[in-house]
Design a protein around this ligand. Structure first.
Ligand SMILES: Nc1ncnc2c1ncn2[C@@H]1O[C@H](COP(=O)(O)OP(=O)(O)OP(=O)(O)O)[C@@H](O)[C@H]1O
Ligand SMILES: [Mg+2]
Length: 467
């Protein structure tokens, strides 16, 4: 049994050869696509192990030529180009396995043995390749694990549970699974179960018949039915009320739903992707999350790493967001190496979302086209760092002490509080924009005339804020 190894990195090739020979294979090595094709024409192999980036071409893009010679040859792809794009392209070819570098050499040898044993190579080429412009950025080892999991669920309808802290990209992963998977031509319907009042959640998910409850003036088709033929994304699943959990479980078990107030069981064909930033185990223990629902959803868990555990990805993400910001009409900026390094050292408690928002502000506020560490540092210093977690905790305390010390008159509390909040907010943003009201309005996301009006009402003179 001989294995054809296409690898131009001599040191890797030697290690792989030794490991495969130890498994009892004869290894024929070459370092180019042309050489690969010549060898395939001469001799039959039991498996092909190939690198992607070779001097004379791309090991994945030219895989059809291998298939033409030997449609059933198991193919194992190795790549240092560890993007989701490569992972997906590799799996799309029907490759037996895809190994991002660096990989465990024993794992590879075992896989080659399995591939040859099961002769499992499915004739691939189901499609022309993945859609361009994949949304996920980052090549760190923890993200590799995520990409691998994503590619494993693209060709099936297994239920996926996406876990991870807030802002780590859970929704993006759900969208990627839908867009790259076999249901991409169907609808992608997202429901944020935390945002719907408890009493409406069942009607949102399953729909209702006219007259089912007060206010149900017309029949309503729920999210399950809307998602028929596609993917239903159940976001913030950990915040779903108990009663809705029970109905959800029943729908998942039966593959059909019943509208609120309706009698008919309606078959639905949906793939479920759920997500939460909560730790479900303690909730199960406390009886606030159904254990049986957890097992139904947790078929394939995909856990997104917090950004602080993949600081290597921060420069790439930052540059990605600068490019997006430019596409959206903000000034085009670049990051110097030392600026990227400085960003990588920040804690980013709000994960990718916080980084993204910061980069957009940077694009807007920076005075240079190439941002270096020196001009980045003051902006970073302004990033609010809430101590001890929960967003808004500082404001919470501030509201309490403000109420206590000001005790505004009944009937004026709201306006007084709003003014008290707006003043430091507007002043902080105006200082950041060096008194530029147009930019301040953009940063705040409010109309510039609204801002101007409020400033004059509050008696804030932007010019005086510029140091
Ligand atoms: N790997 C990534 N590459 C590029 N952009 C990313 C990545 N991860 C997250 N983002 C971006 O970061 C932002 C937050 O991501 P997303 O909304 O998916 O987070 P989430 O995990 O669903 O957060 P939450 O729990 O708060 O809902 C989005 O703008 C998303 O596009
Ligand atoms: Mg989300």
């Amino acid at each position: 049994m001989s294995v054809l190894l296409v690898e131009d990195d001599m040191s890797i090739a030697i290690v792989i050869t030794a490991a495969l020979e130890a498994e009892g294979f004869e290894v024929v090595r070459c370092d180019s696509i042309a050489e690969r094709d010549r060898l395939l024409g001469q001799q039959r192999f039991s498996a092909l192990v190939t690198d992607v980036m070779l001097t004379d071409g791309d090991g994945i893009a030219t895989i059809d030529r291998v298939r033409a010679v030997d449609p059933d040859l198991p193919i194992i792809i190795l790549s240092a180009q560890n993007t989701l794009d490569t992972a997906v392209r590799a799996t799309d070819t029907g490759a037996f396995e895809y190994f991002p570098k660096p990989f465990d050499i024993d794992d590879l040898a075992r896989t080659v043995r399995q591939a040859v044993g099961s002769n499992a190579a499915k004739s691939g080429a189901e499609e022309e390749g993945p859609p361009a412009g994949l949304p996920l950025v980052g090549r760190s080892a923890p993200m590799q694990a995520v990409y691998r999991m994503i590619t494993r669920v693209l060709r099936n309808d297994l239920t996926v549970l996406v876990l991870g802290e807030s802002g780590t990209g859970k929704e993006l992963v759900a969208e990627a699974i839908h867009q790259l998977g076999q249901r991409r031509d169907g609808p992608f319907v997202a429901v944020n179960t935390a945002a719907i009042p408890g009493e409406l959640i069942e009607s949102e998910l399953f729909g209702h018949e006219k007259g089912a409850f007060t206010g149900a003036v017309a029949r309503h088709v729920g999210k399950f039915e809307q998602a028929n033929g596609g993917t239903l994304f159940l976001d913030e699943i950990g915040d779903m009320p108990m009663q809705a959990q029970t109905r959800l479980l029943r729908a998942l078990q039966s593959g059909s739903i019943r509208r609120v107030g309706g009698r008919d069981e309606i078959k639905v064909d949906v793939r479920i992707i759920a997500a939460t930033n909560r730790d479900l185990q303690p909730m199960i223990a406390a009886g606030t999350f159904r254990e049986d629902l957890f097992y139904r959803l947790n078929v394939v868990p995909i856990t997104l790493p917090p950004l602080r555990e993949r600081a290597d990805d921060i420069p790439a993400l930052a540059r990605h967001f600068l490019a997006l910001a430019a596409q959206e009409g903000l000034p085009r900026r670049q990051l110097s190496e030392n600026a990227a390094a400085l960003l990588s050292r920040q804690p980013w408690r709000g994960n990718v979302r916080e980084l993204r928002n910061f980069i957009y502000r940077l694009a807007l506020l920076s005075r240079e086209d190439v941002v270096d560490a020196a001009s980045l540092a003051p902006l970073l210093a302004d990033v609010p760092r809430s101590e001890g977690g929960a967003e808004g905790e500082g404001l919470d305390a501030a509201v309490h002490s403000w109420l206590a010390s000001n005790s505004p008159a009944v009937g004026t509390v709201y306006d007084a509080a709003l003014a008290a909040f707006e003043r430091p907010l507007f002043e902080a943003v105006l200082r950041e924009t060096h008194g530029n009201q147009l930019r301040a309005a953009q940063v705040l996301g409010i109309n510039r005339n609204t801002l101007r009006k409020r400033l004059s009402e509050l008696g804030i003179a932007p010019g005086e804020l510029v140091r």
